[in-house]
Design a binder for this molecule. Structure first.
Ligand SMILES: [Zn+2]
Length: 263
């Protein structure tokens, strides 16, 4: 007869294996407040990684609703969400909350441009999981103004990028913008009389690239909150999943940027 396997003391602690990493400050991570902007594919993966990594106070902001074509890359969305057109922010928050009862995961259904500055102010770290430049620049400006670390991610097909902005000294997203970005920004908005119509092309997206980029984002957040900013990305990481390449590209601080004046 097989002897029952008894769990040891170390198996009764949810974060025991993470503690063994040594440099991760789980106490500070558990007490920190994290703001996730965007509840799409990156937002799903980022929130999953945050909860599993011991982050216990997470706020998610997104105005969109779930559709069936989200389901190739969004862990927490179900067919029922697509049928009901559930809001992404609350559907994601509800499912993530179920992973750990000790967590407080809340969803705010709104445009990030309408988000009260106090939400940024009360956050220790901000994770950008957005799909457009205008919203990225808005979040970047708030984080730079308030001195909050921003870890921005993005994907396109099997490529992605991560940029870590630690104000006031890091180059920010605005510093790394070029003319191509500004043309894309102009294309997104086309005014038609009193209304604004959004030009939103459907872009290639799949889960394996999303997973890689979200994992890098959350690992950088862990470093920031563990006092290991010295080991964070200093520039822009570009990842190419087709050719298995990851390059850190230098982003110079733009002296004309205007977001780096010391508070
Ligand atoms: Zn800048």
């Amino acid at each position: 007869m097989n002897r029952p396997i008894k769990p040891g003391e170390s198996d009764e602690d949810r974060m025991e294996r993470s503690r063994r990493v040594g440099w991760i400050d789980l106490d500070r991570i558990g007490k920190s407040r994290t703001l996730v902007i965007g509840a799409g594919a990156l937002g799903n993966e980022v929130v999953k990684n945050l909860v599993l990594s011991g982050f216990e106070d997470i706020t998610i902001v997104d105005m969109d609703r779930v559709v069936l074509s989200n389901l190739n890359r969004c862990l927490f969305f179900r067919e029922e969400d697509a049928k009901r057109r559930s809001f992404k922010a609350t559907a994601l928050a509800d499912m993530a909350q179920r992973m750990n009862a000790a967590c407080r995961v809340s969803g705010m259904v709104m445009k990030v441009q309408d988000l009260d500055e106090g939400v940024f102010r009360s956050s220790d770290v901000v994770l950008g999981c957005l799909d457009n430049i205008a919203a990225r620049l808005h979040v970047n400006a708030h984080c730079c103004h308030l001195g909050r670390p921003l870890i921005d991610g993005g994907t396109l097909s099997t490529s992605g990028k991560v940029q870590v902005v630690i104000p006031p000294d890091s180059p920010c997203l605005q510093c790394s913008m070029n003319r191509t970005h500004y043309r894309a920004l102009e294309r997104r908005f086309s005014c038609t009389g009193s209304d604004t119509t959004f030009f939103e092309p459907k872009l290639a997206a799949e889960i394996t690239t999303t997973s890689v980029i979200a994992a890098i984002q959350v690992r950088e957040a862990i470093k920031v909150l563990s006092g290991r900013e010295d080991r964070c990305l200093h520039h822009l990481l570009r990842y190419d999943g087709l050719d298995n390449q990851a390059l850190e590209l230098e982003v110079p601080l733009d002296p004309d940027c205007g977001l780096h004046r010391r508070q």
